[in-house]
Design a protein around this ligand. Structure first.
Ligand SMILES: C[S@@+](CC[C@H](N)C(=O)[O-])C[C@H]1O[C@@H](n2cnc3c(N)ncnc32)[C@H](O)[C@@H]1O
Length: 213
C-alpha cells in the first residue's frame, strides 16, 4: 500500500494546536492561515484539506452539543462528514455512548483520530460513503458544514429527511451556503463562527444549528 505523499506529510507537520474558537473545551490540530503550504508554488496540488480546519457548521454544532449534552448522552452518534471531528469529539465529551466518524477522505479520519486523542476521547471511524444508506443503530446524526454546494445539498437533504422520518435525531450545523436548502428545518441556535478555515476567528459568520424533521 502506498504511504502518504510528501504534500500530506508537510501539511500534517504544519498543523498547530488551537483552543477551538467558541469551543474552548476542545483543543484541535488545525492549519493556521500563515502555514507555508498556502504559499507554496502550487497550493492546488494539496487539494482541499477540509480536515485541517474547523468549519463554521462544525463549530456551531459542537457548541450546541456541549451546551445540550442530553441530546447525545448515552446515545449512538454518527458524525457524517466529520473532517477534523470537532462535533464528534464534542459528542463524546458530552457523554455519547458510541461515536462513529464518517468521512470519504482517509486523511480526515487520521486527523480526527489525532484530535480525539488530544482531547482524551475515543472515536470509531469509517471511509464508507453512507450518503443514501438507510442507517441502523444510530440515534443521533450530526452533520457539520457538509451542505456546501448545490450538488451535495440535492443528495444530502433528502437523505437526512429520510433518516429523520425513521426516528433518528438529525442535527445540522450550517452557515447557509446554499440558499433555501434547509428551509423548514427548526432553528435551535445561532452562533457567530469563524469563517472560513481561520482558527483565530478574524471574520465571524452567523451559523445555525438546525433540526431536520
Ligand atoms: C466542510 S468539511 C466539514 C468538516 C467538519 N464537519 C467541520 O464542520 O469542521 C466537509 C466534509 O465532508 C466530507 N464529505 C463530503 N462528502 C462526503 C460523503 N459522501 N461522506 C462522508 N463525508 C463526506 C468531506 O471530505 C469533508 O471532510
Amino acid at each position: 500500500m502506498p504511504g502518504p505523499d510528501k504534500e500530506e506529510l508537510s501539511l500534517h507537520s504544519e498543523l498547530r494546536l488551537f483552543n477551538a474558537f467558541h469551543v474552548p473545551e476542545l483543543k484541535l490540530w488545525l492549519l493556521p492561515p500563515d502555514a507555508p503550504s498556502w504559499h507554496a508554488p502550487d497550493p492546488s496540488k494539496l487539494g482541499m484539506p477540509y480536515w485541517a480546519f474547523a468549519w463554521p457548521g462544525g463549530v456551531a454544532l459542537a457548541r450546541y452539543v456541549l451546551d445540550h449534552p442530553e441530546v447525545v448522552r448515552g446515545k449512538h452518534v454518527l458524525d457524517f462528514g466529520s473532517g477534523c471531528a470537532i462535533e464528534a469529539i464534542a459528542a463524546a465529551r458530552a457523554g455519547a455512548k458510541f461515536v462513529l466518524c464518517s468521512d470519504i477522505d482517509p486523511q480526515a479520519l487520521k486527523a480526527g483520530e489525532r484530535n480525539a486523542a488530544q482531547n482524551g476521547v475515543t472515536l470509531r471511524a469509517t471511509t464508507t460513503d453512507l450518503m443514501g444508506v438507510e442507517l441502523h443503530g444510530v440515534d443521533v446524526l450530526l452533520v457539520g458544514d457538509v451542505c456546501y454546494d448545490e450538488a451535495i445539498a440535492q443528495r444530502l437533504i433528502p437523505w437526512l429527511r429520510a433518516q429523520a422520518a425513521r426516528g433518528i435525531t438529525v442535527l445540522v450545523g450550517d452557515p447557509l451556503r446554499v440558499s433555501g436548502a434547509l428551509e423548514g428545518a427548526e432553528v435551535l441556535a445561532t452562533h457567530d463562527c469563524p469563517f472560513d478555515g481561520d482558527p483565530r476567528g478574524t471574520t465571524l459568520w452567523p451559523t445555525q444549528v438546525l433540526r431536520i424533521a
